[in-house]
Design a protein around this ligand. Sequence first.
Ligand SMILES: [Cu+2]
Length: 390
Amino acid sequence: MSLRLMRARRRLLLLSASFAVVTAAALPLSGSAWSSESPKPLDLSGKDDLVRKNAKALSAKEKKDFVDAVLKLKATASPYDSNLSYYDQFVAWHKSLMTCDPSDPMMQMPMMMGHAGPVFLPWHRLYLRLFERALDKVSGKSVTVPYWDWSDPASTAAVFSPDLMGGNGDSSKGFAVTTGPFRQGQWKLNINPMGQETESATTYITRNIGAAPFTSLPTAADVNAALAAPRYDAAPYNTDSDTSVSFRNALEGWSPGGVTKTSCSADGVMEQEFDLSIPPKMHNSAHTWAGGLLGFTADGQLLKGTMMQISVSPNDPVFFLNHANVDRLWAQWQATHCGSNYEPTSGYPMNSAGDIMQPFDKAGIKASPSMLQAIRTLGYRYDTTRGECK
Ligand SMILES: [Cu+2]
């Protein structure tokens, strides 16, 4: 690896988080308001038994319905913020996880809200379900988010086809995606990345698929190794958790020792530094693989494809297909590890089972990790699992 790449990778800024302390007690879903969007109480259950399918199993009509609903979401105003489209609201929520307060003593805890800790899986489960319900609302159709099975080349090919997510970026056009429904000129990025990732800002999706030298997609053996972890999570409940024990850390894709430093910058951005010899795995590697490295700035900063700009990676809709697979694997793990419940139950701010998750709380959506355990109660299943113990 070149010195320049090493220097740049050392500065790699992947993740950040909000450290606002959440003290609210868990509230029942049926008792909270569904913001101003609807007078209905917050109820994440769906119509009848929605099924999330492998992208390769979708019919032409199912692909079109999903794509059309995503495009419609982009063209609809957010019910939470009149300055944003409904789609961009989701990007903004994800980006808000990356901010921090350098004067907050919680900064001393290398634990984040939404990533790099136990809440990673329930946070993204709620996020995807809210996204799916928003698609349902704007389209009037019961669309579900398809999943991208990274270990299956046919699934990967279906995801990056012209009738779903479009293909690789064009290296002669700054790696802009120029095919598919979300191509340059058809799909505009309105939310810029933050911190050192600002260097990678574009108004169009960029991809340099598979071109990060330290990344490959997970294999079936990698997935099975993660599914074998016996506990949901384990102390210290961060990127150092033993991946042979902590399913969450294995699925998220960290390795103990891989993150050498976590800190809050003076301008309020969470930063991580990395051991360069340890590659990303599982979910993390899918982000890095799909976005890829585009090059370097004159001073050695990385230029990253959209999916690799973690703060605003939902700017590329393939984000949701990646996370549907993460959520599916969690449900599959739950079905085979009966009695292994979410942990920790207390003592880890923003990550304990009863902590109300941000930033949804601020939008009037009150849910804790313990409320997101059973997909059966959330109105959907996968074509491979219902997430229930036999
Ligand atoms: Cu995320």
